[in-house]
Design a protein around this ligand. Structure first.
Ligand code: NAD
Length: 445
């Protein structure tokens, strides 16, 4: 099958590489020349486990190409997959500029019948908008071909995107065309052998399903974070509570960890976008408003704990910080809690020495002009002269560190853990002051 993928971010790259892995001929288009140049040199700007290998394998086999040439890429595919970004606009609505531009480009260059698959997360009604834009462009050229626009939202998670794409829980196809649905069934057949994972629905329901999934997951996190704040007041342990409720199959264990708030490119913007959509229909989604509000407060909670322990003014004080990406196994720092914590520390006069297994280059770009934010190439080197160690991402490599070295190198044996990585009683036995989320802190002295 000949496939064009428009946009080579997380979703486009993973989808393009995986479609090529099944034997399809895939051309990936991006307007970012640097990105395409890197990809053609076998280099990636994003960190995603397993992705470099699958890209290389399929590039070498000639099934996967990268280009900035719009005409070449659009005329290649019978299937055009839109996977461009849909960032938050100023009012919180999803900014569809890139989606509309991709649609225009399809309309300008397509010469044959085509199925357009929208993988970007877009507001309800976008499939018909995309269809109208493409038809308008085709009409300008006097072209009339069969065109179907299908909503096929993507549920992959950064950090396990390949695994998620290759073993999806479900494949949602929002389509009112039987032909297009059948075509997508054939496309996804390699992923659909073990059991039928395909859920066919109308376009609008498919578009809403993606927002519903992300807002549901964010709601679980915010509820656990709010309960964690209550636990701290009550002297309860949110980890015990998590196990106590997760064991109920109606609740389950996923997305029940208290922490320093969710971030990333999806949850925050998708919650805002859905609220905006509701507003257009005169509705106010009060649960989602609270979810966002709790998350904002949770990102600040680490700073509150630092204030309680070290006071308002942090002039001349240095802090060690482990974990910059918004979650493990990615270099993505969009809306990461680390950014709020670093900015808060710096604005109160502190300096930061940070480490992350893969997000340091991205962080260095963000803090290029900030002399008080330094980076170390291993976790232990961040500790010298630091008042405390702050942990913000639950990377596996942070789970069993050399506690003796940590205690030895820090000015004070204090760990402020935004991800509840360690056992509080073990920390107490080792002589640490340990401040985590929703669990009793043990304070020294
Ligand atoms: P991204 O920002 O990482 O990448 C988007 C890419 O599209 C960029 O490389 C950009 O240069 C390119 N682009 C923009 N306009 C273009 C155009 N007209 N033609 C060609 N290329 C163009 O985005 P992403 O994280 O891959 O997300 C893409 C969409 O998928 C978003 O709507 C997002 O909400 C959704 N999504 C993301 C994830 C995720 O984990 N990142 C998961 C599921 C769904």
């Amino acid at each position: 099958m000949k496939i064009t993928v428009i946009g080579t971010g997380y979703v486009g790259l993973v989808a393009g590489a995986c479609f090529a892995e099944f034997g399809n001929e895939v051309v990936c288009l991006d307007l970012d020349e640097k990105k395409i140049k890197y990809l053609n040199e076998g280099k990636l700007q994003i960190y995603e486990p397993g992705l470099p290998e699958i890209i290389e394998r399929n590039r070498e086999a000639g099934r996967l190409q990268f280009t900035t040439n719009i005409e070449h890429s659009v005329s290649h595919g019978f299937l055009q997959v839109i996977a461009v970004g849909t960032p938050s606009g100023e009012d919180g609505a999803a900014d569809l500029t890139h989606v509309i531009s991709a649609a225009k480009n399809i309309g300008r260059y397509v010469e044959h019948d085509t199925v357009v698959v929208n993988k970007s997360t877009v507001p309800v009604g976008s499939a018909s908008r995309v269809q109208a834009v493409i038809i308008k462009e085709m009409k300008k050229r006097g072209i009339s071909c069969q065109l179907d626009v299908v909503s096929n939202p993507e549920f992959m998670k950064e950090g396990s995107a390949l695994e998620d794409f290759m073993r999806p829980d479900r494949i949602v196809i929002g389509s009112s065309s039987q032909d297009a649905t059948e075509f997508l069934r054939r496309l996804y057949a390699p992923l659909n052998r073990y059991r039928d994972r395909i859920l066919v629905m109308d376009e609008r329901s498919a578009e809403l399903t993606k927002y519903a999934a992300n807002t549901m997951l964010a709601t679980r996190i915010s509820l656990m974070n709010e309960l964690a704040t209550l636990s701290e007041k009550l002297g309860a342990d949110i980890e015990s509570v998590r196990r106590g409720i997760g064991s109920d199959p109606r609740i389950g264990y996923h997305f029940l960890y208290a922490g320093c708030g969710y971030g990333g490119s999806c949850f925050p913007k998708d919650i805002r976008a859905l609220q905006n959509t509701a507003g257009e229909y005169g509705l106010h989604l009060s649960i989602l408003e609270s979810v966002e509000k709790v998350n904002r407060a949770q990102k600040l909670s680490v700073l509150d704990k630092i204030r309680t322990r070290f006071g308002e003014h942090l002039d001349g004080k240095q802090f060690a910080l482990w974990g910059l990406s918004f979650k493990p196994n990615t270099n993505d720092m969009r809306e990461a809690p680390s950014r709020i914590v670093i900015n808060g520390l710096v604005s109160r006069g502190a300096s930061v020495n940070a480490y992350d297994p893969v997000a340091m280059k991205d962080a260095q770009k963000i803090y290029a002009d900030d002399k008080v934010v330094k980076f170390s190439d291993n976790p232990l080197s961040t500790l010298n002269n630091a008042e405390a160690l702050i942990i913000l991402t639950e990377w596996k490599a942070f789970r069993s560190p050399d506690f003796d070295a940590i205690k030895n190198d820090l000015r004070n044996p204090i760990i402020i853990d935004g991800r509840n990585l360690y056992d509080p009683s073990h920390m107490r036995d080792m002589g640490f002051e340990y401040i985590s989320v929703g669990r009793p802190s043990n304070l020294l002295g």
